[in-house]
Design a protein around this ligand. Sequence first.
Ligand SMILES: [Zn+2]
Length: 425
Amino acid sequence: MAVVRRAEASGSDSTAQREIARLVELPEVQRAASQFRSQESRFVQWQLEMARIPAPPFGENARAEWLAKRFRELGLEEVHVDEVGNVLGIRTGSAKQFIALSAHLDTVFPAGTPLNIRQHATRLYGPGVSDNGAGVTALLAVAAALQELELALTLPVLFIGNVGEEGEGDLRGMRHIFSNPHWKNSIRYILVLDGAGCDTIVAEALGSRRFEIIVRGPGGHSWSDFGAPNPILVLARTIHGFSQTRVPVSPKTTFNVGVIRGGTSVNSIPESASMRVDIRSTSMTEMEYLEASLRRELELAMGEEARASEQRSPSHRRTSGLSHEVVVIGSRPAGELDPNAQMLKVIRAVDAHLGNAAQIQRASTDANIPLSIGREAIAVGGGGSGGGAHTLQEWFDGTGRELGLTRILMTALGLAGVSVLTGKI
Ligand SMILES: [Zn+2]
């Protein structure tokens, strides 16, 4: 996930604080928190095992099977892999609505990338070890704690190891879950576990749209066919017009032309040219405005180049022969959590209790999907620390991981509601 810092943060409220204080007093909750410390070697084992199973975009099957086995071992119910490859499992509760905890399984690394996952003291190294080794390990650590706790939950907890978060995966795993009417109507809260750390609360979904624009023409010899319309000139005219579109500072909105290709040689009029454009904003309206501007500038450029082509070679009076195609290669919806949302109140109360300073942030994560349809969702890290995400030098350090895990567990319990103690104290 790409993270952008946001300055302001809302406080917790007293009802949430009282509920968290009550939970903290439960001896079983205290025991769970202390076990997070003593079980670090088990967590490291999971994290190494998982990171050694390749999970390129659209190739997460083996890792999903591994996770389904862990879910079964930890006593989750109805464990299964769905149609697109998401792994689901349930810890039961008395109510019908769910709190979901999710972590993405995929990495950005293509099939065949040498993984070379290794450990030196408290540090783990290798691609995907933190993003999202830390998130998936946190998912398992919380499932293990709930198995031990023997608390009666009000909301059942749905554990999700989902596919397709990164890049071209385009959030397909989470999209699939929220396109299923059963899950769409029954997931009340979703806590997304992504990467390491415990100093952030991602409550704003950074939206993006990505396009590939392809322009084709008749091509020809630069001298003898002079005048034929030129696809590279169409792109140049489009970029010139589009790059003058005004974007607001707030809500922050950006655009980029990141790749441009085309042509065969310096003395050929190109037969085709293409470019890739990235548009981002926290506001759907601003993204739509920019997309409309891009499409309009392309149409104008097509007309201008056709007319210019006739002027360059009036004797030929040729028909233009230009065509274009706009392919959407990525679309992530924007959205943001209501500052008075229950999830924010609860995690704020948990952070206050743990003395954990966390900033509200804006990022592109699996939470984009539920946030864009008005559902309560936040994304947090799985504890510990990490760096070098999306590189072969990625690392994770489990020192202090228990703080992040306790934070996730308490937030989940605070949202699920703990009604009765059924265990032996
Ligand atoms: Zn991630």
